[in-house]
Design a protein around this ligand. Structure first.
Ligand code: GDP
Length: 443
């Protein structure tokens, strides 16, 4: 759903690679590109404005970090702001302290309410709850039957009125009566969660709102969830607002996130309504449903794998001063990058965890999983042993390491002469590569 937005943002970040510092012009240009990316993704204008302003302000004020270069810092800021507009923390269901928890669903016809009611019931069952589905959509001819079919699929009973009679309860076609009766039924049959599916219309209308409000007043739900089709674009935002004014709700459920629409609705609703997205539905199968995690959604949009976890760990463990010193040496300032620096860098990286774990957190590394699993972390120990057996002068200027020095070093650390030779060659190569990276390009 967010493919275009992801690509656009990736291009924006790419333009920042290799920059040592962000100028005011860089920040402006980046902000402009992010603005276009969000607008193209159909994100509501007020949300875009706020988002871009926040990114700009933070990019200007950002502390110079030893671990992150400017491009990475911008990625981090954009990620944080995405999490914010998506509602921040994952919001979980509130259960009633006594009696059954009542969850009421509201939304337009076709939003995916009936499907969602069953998905939610299945999810609750998996959490050890005993849900009861309630069919209060007495308008759409097939709605009750559809809920019954879905209920059967997930093995959850459905409380539904027989024509003219609701399980022995007179309802006269009145969904409010059915809803009220269902809570009594749940108490009697020891169901601990009641999911009330209400009627939807093709468009928002006063009668629909009134009926939903009446059901809400009758059953006093613990949670009213607004169900909305993420594919309907900007209309999702106006519908969300209309239901907020007309019925009120505690959380939002986004459906059809598996679709290929631009997804801006999904990114706007929480911000515009101030209500968190609590669940996401992303397919027609009953299991295609889960809690909505703003942070995971943001990192999916930024296509980052677990990059952020890695960035955070880097920030915590990296010695900023040391990293800066190394970067200066590599870019030609502050003397030569020596074997000591090389060793220190490796030790820094190592503090982050095993090499295969670090690489595994990088996006796109899945394909190299086999090689990663075979990476031997003791390799760093071997390199360390060889470097420790050199004199300070040799570490400072590895070019002086000739045949007889190689023999002495090899004896000192219990490795072969060719191991020593290999390491020194690899060091020169790595230094060359890192110097190129530090002087221009590469993130
Ligand atoms: P209601 O009128 O709000 O009760 O909507 P329904 O539950 O009847 O769903 C309308 C249509 O959307 C049905 O064809 C569902 O199969 C489909 N649908 C519901 N949720 C999803 C979803 O997450 N992904 C996809 N692709 N289709 C869905």
């Amino acid at each position: 759903m967010f493919a275009t937005l992801s690509d656009r943002l990736a291009d924006t970040f790419k333009n920042l690679r290799g920059k040592g510092r962000l100028s005011e012009a860089d920040i402006d240009a980046t902000a402009r590109e992010i603005r276009i990316a969000l607008l193209e993704a159909d994100v509501a204008l007020p949300v875009v404005k706020e988002f871009v302003a926040a990114v700009k302000e933070r990019a200007r004020g950002e502390e110079v970090s030893g671990a992150l270069n400017p491009a990475q810092q911008v990625v981090k800021i954009v990620n944080d702001e995405l999490v914010t507009i998506l509602g921040g923390e994952t919001r979980r269901l509130r259960y009633a302290k006594t009696g059954p928890t009542v969850i009421m669903l509201a939304g337009l016809q076709g939003a995916g309410k009936t499907t969602l009611a069953a998905k939610l019931a299945l999810w609750l069952k998996e959490q050890g709850k005993s849900p009861l589905l309630v069919a209060c959509d007495l308008q759409r001819p097939n709605a009750v039957n559809q809920l019954q079919v879905n209920g059967e699929r997930v093995g959850v009973p459905v409380f539904a009125p027989e024509p003219g009679n609701a399980g022995g309860i007179e309802h006269g076609g009145d969904p409010v009566q059915v809803a009220r009766a269902s809570v009594e039924e749940a108490k009697r049959t020891l169901h601990d969660v009641v999911i009330v599916d209400t009627a939807g219309r093709l468009g928002v209308d006063a009668e629909l709102m009134q009926q939903a409000s009446d059901i809400r007043d009758a059953v006093q739900p613990d949670e009213v969830l607004f169900v909305v089709d993420a594919m309907i674009g900007q209309d999702a935002v106006s519908t969300a607002q209309a239901f907020l004014d007309g019925v009120g709700y505690d959380g939002v459920v986004l459906t059809k996130l598996d679709g290929d629409a631009r997804g801006g609705a999904a990114l706007s609703i929480a911000s515009i309504t101030g209500k968190p997205v609590m669940f996401a539905s992303n397919g027609e199968k009953m299991g295609d449903f889960d809690l909505f995690h703003p942070d995971r959604m943001a990192s999916r949009i930024l296509d980052m794998g677990d990059m952020l976890t890695l960035i955070e760990q880097a920030e915590k463990t990296f010695d900023a001063e040391q990293a800066l010193k190394a970067a200066e040496k590599l870019s030609g300032k502050g003397g030569e990058f020596t074997l000591d620096d090389f060793l220190e860098q490796m030790q820094q990286v190592r503090k982050l965890g095993s090499m295969s774990k670090i690489m595994g957190m990088l996006p796109g590394m899945g394909q190299f999983r086999d090689q990663l699993e075979n990476f031997d972390d003791r390799e760093i120990d071997r390199i360390q042993a060889i470097i420790y057996s050199m004199t300070p002068a040799e570490r400072n200027d590895p070019k002086m390491i000739d045949g007889s020095r190689r023999q002495r070093i090899a004896r000192g650390c219990g490795r072969t002469v060719s191991d020593v030779k290999d390491l020194v060659e690899r060091f020169f190569e790595a230094r060359k590569m890192m110097t190129q990276l530090a002087r221009g390009g590469g993130m």
